[in-house]
Write a protein that binds this ligand. Structure first.
Ligand SMILES: Nc1ncnc2c1ncn2[C@@H]1O[C@H](COP(=O)(O)OP(=O)(O)OP(=O)(O)O)[C@@H](O)[C@H]1O
Ligand SMILES: Nc1nc2c(c(=O)[nH]1)N=C(CO)CN2
Length: 152
């Protein structure tokens, strides 16, 4: 059995509903949600001229490989009618694999741990709710330490 941490974000439409639908779809597609973080209202990161996001994360247990997991998440985004306006732009649902066990994957369309996660408090805060002592397999620091360092 594998443990993955999946971060979600939404800033278009009924954001609470988008989260509920995405989590329900994950369970319907065989992911066992072990724990859900608090939901945070966050300022847009990157491209700033867009609505506030709701962000959170889940810890899931799954038999799927990381690539199979990515395909499940991409299909959920597609089935929820995700419109990708542009990179870092508004979206009704965004699902990112942050960690998959302690594996390091560096392929063109699949990078785990998510390469920018340590710069994003909207990812680190939910991860701290789930498992503050989880150690980043490349940076060799806990998510709690990464969040403290980001806060400065
Ligand atoms: N760890 C990962 N989790 C989810 N998607 C990933 C991951 N690594 C690479 N990808 C690829 O990223 C693509 C989606 O990119 P997307 O347009 O959502 O980027 P973004 O959300 O705007 O930016 P960012 O990834 O920096 O949050 C997917 O098609 C997928 O193949
Ligand atoms: N606060 C916040 N900002 C973002 C987010 C997000 O989920 N939350 N996602 C983005 C695209 O990956 C770009 N900017």
């Amino acid at each position: 059995m594998n443990i993955a941490y999946i971060a979600f974000g939404t800033n278009v439409g009924n954001r609470e509903e988008n989260i509920n639908v995405a989590l329900k779809m994950m369970e319907d597609r065989g992911l066992k949600i072990i724990k859900t973080s608090k939901i945070y209202v966050t300022e847009p990161y990157g491209y700033k001229d867009q609505p506030e996001f709701l962000n959170g994360a889940v810890e899931v247990e799954t038999n799927l490989s990381c690539r199979e997991l990515l395909n499940v998440l991409l299909n959920i985004e597609k089935d929820m009618g995700r419109v990708r306006h542009f990179k870092w732009g508004p979206r009704n649902i965004d699902l990112d694999i942050i960690f998959y066990n302690d594996e390091v994957i560096d392929e063109p369309d699949l990078k785990v741990p998510h390469p920018d996660m340590h710069n994003r408090d909207f990812v680190l805060k939910p991860l701290c709710d789930l498992n503050p002592n989880f150690v980043h397999p490349i940076l060799k620091k806990t998510v709690k330490t990464l969040l403290d360092e980001l806060k400065g």
